[in-house]
Design a protein around this ligand. Structure first.
Ligand SMILES: Nc1nc2c(ncn2[C@@H]2O[C@H](COP(=O)(O)OP(=O)(O)OP(=O)(O)O)[C@@H](O)[C@H]2O)c(=O)[nH]1
Length: 497
């Protein structure tokens, strides 16, 4: 009910039927809605890949868990250890991953029953992890460790068949994530829990490196590599199930940030650890010195970091150059070469932006249309080049009276437009007066040049062409009543009334 209310309030677009179902469909729809409202917000293809990845993770968890359980039931414990001689994934942990995979897959379906199923799985996972921790904390035996005889018994300093403490905590966190997803709330907490699972998984991977180095640590030797990898995938799978919200939002963004996150996050997380372990293994096998292995690991880690930074720098450099080129092209496209003012195209963009601000924030603005008087005569008498000079001088006059936020444009031929943000009709009339005074005071080479000015303040709900038409009407009135006039559209309206 609350989720529906939030959707109605516009926080979340409705879940479209038949588009991959909810919540997956919702995420894609969110992406599409976000793209529509702000282009470049998220990349629909990447979102789709994240959702597919999340489903594949669900299937993988179930597949690996089933194969581990098969291994335990047939005495093929190798299936639970992956690497000979390594710690095995316990049957209870395999059941945990079976439930975790089910919760993730069910969450991708829109139906109520599937959602309820996902919630039940998440609660079960939470309870499984909690039960194992209770056994550890209070020395209880709840019977979950005795599904199959455990060959690791006694080797790990914990009861046979019992999963590691860290695995139990990981399952509790995964269950918590599933519950938060089901209620579709506190996504920040979901991300926080997922980061916790990733941290546990990294400890597990580190334990593999320590084992490779032939040194057994009390804490590290507990978590099997298979469990660590599946926990990592489980956390990433849940995060990918909602690609357009929370931490994953950046990774699916259709922006430079998105590209960087997608390309760099995983390598920077895994490569340093991979190098450390690889060179430690090399040292053990080939007998090179400890210092040499360490130096190699440091060199490769540093080299990788430097490569990643170089790649980011090259990308930023290329983007900046493209941006500069684009700016030059855009300026060319919106600048009038004779006067240096913006052209009609730039004016159209500016007036649209001011109308948008007026509509959304009620910000007033006014428009002046400035038209040179009897300019045809001027051209005819003094030539086209002299006429061009008058147009250039007019551009300078407009620039002189403009405030930094004002926009002056050559509207066409010998007609100019000035947009005055945050100016009402009175302020706009004052600017028009200053322009007229400048015309009168300027030392024109071939005798006086004057201009007629129409002034209009934008009214609520008015379109660009309606506003221009009012200013133009006032300008026409100025021409009609003798030229070298300032006429306010407002006054015209009043006098007409
Ligand atoms: N020199 C020069 N003249 C131009 C340019 N663009 C338009 N014109 C001239 O501006 C003149 C405009 O003439 P009209 O529209 O009859 O207006 P007007 O003579 O100013 O008369 P009113 O506006 O009624 O005062 C035309 O002769 C155009 O050739 C330009 O870029 N350079």
């Amino acid at each position: 009910m609350k989720a529906a209310a939030r959707r109605l309030k516009g926080h979340e677009p409705p879940c479209p039927q038949g588009v991959g179902g909810c919540p997956g469909g919702t995420r894609l729809a969110r992406c599409d809605a976000a793209r529509a409202s702000r282009p470049g917000r998220c990349n629909a293809d990447v979102v789709r890949h994240f959702l597919v990845f999340s489903r594949v993770v669900g299937l993988l968890l179930i597949g690996v868990a089933l194969s581990v359980l098969l291994g335990w039931s047939r005495g093929l414990v190798m299936l639970a250890a992956v690497v000979p001689g390594q710690v095995t994934m316990k049957p209870s942990a395999a059941i945990g991953f079976l439930i975790a995979g089910g919760a993730l897959l069910l969450a991708h379906h829109g139906g109520r029953a599937a959602r309820a199923g996902s919630t039940v799985c998440s609660v079960s996972l939470l309870l499984l992890g909690a039960a194992v921790l209770v056994q550890y904390l209070w020395g209880a035996d709840l019977g979950i460790d005795h599904l199959f005889p455990d060959p690791d018994a006694g080797r790990l300093g914990r009861p046979p068949g019992r999963m590691a403490e860290l695995a139990a905590v990981g399952f509790m966190l995964l269950g918590g994530i599933g519950l938060l997803m089901a209620v579709d709330r506190w996504l920040w907490l979901r991300d926080f829990l997922a980061l916790g699972v990733i941290a546990i998984a990294m400890v597990g991977l580190a334990s593999y490196g320590v084992t490779l180095a032939g040194q057994r640590g009390e804490l590290f030797s507990h978590l099997p590599i298979l469990t660590a990898v599946l926990l990592l995938l489980g956390a990433l799978g849940w995060m990918s199930a909602t690609p357009t919200v929370g931490l994953t939002r950046v990774a699916t963004a259709d922006s430079l940030g998105g590209v960087l996150a997608r390309r760099l996050l995983l390598p920077s997380l895994l490569l340093p650890a991979a190098f450390s372990f690889a060179f430690k293994a090399l040292q053990l096998r080939s007998g090179v010195s400890d210092a040499f292995a360490l130096a190699l690991a440091a060199l490769f880690t540093g080299g990788t970091v430097a490569c990643l930074i170089w790649w980011v720098a090259a990308l930023l450099d290329r983007i900046e150059r493209h941006r500069d080129e684009f700016k030059v092209l855009r300026d060319h496209a919106t600048t009038d070469t004779l006067t240096g003012l913006i052209n009609r195209r730039g004016f159209d963009a500016a007036i649209s932006e001011l109308l948008r601000r007026k509509k959304h924030f009620g910000m007033p603005f006014s428009l002046l249309l400035v038209d040179l008087d009897s300019f045809k005569n001027y051209n005819d008498r003094f030539g086209h080049l002299a006429g061009d000079e008058v147009l250039q001088r007019t551009g300078r006059i407009l620039r002189d009276v403009m405030r930094p936020l004002d926009v002056a444009a050559r509207y066409g031929g010998e007609e100019f437009a000035v947009l005055l943000p945050e100016a009402g009709i009175t302020a706009a009339a004052a600017v028009a007066t200053r322009i007229a005074e400048k015309f009168h005071g300027d030392g024109w080479p071939n005798g006086p040049v004057t201009a007629s000015i129409g002034v209009a303040e934008a009214m609520s709900g008015e379109t660009a062409s309606e506003l221009i038409a009012r200013a133009d009407g006032a300008l026409y009135e100025g021409k009609r009543t003798g030229r070298d006039r300032i006429v306010l559209a407002e006054a015209m309206r009043k006098s007409a009334a």
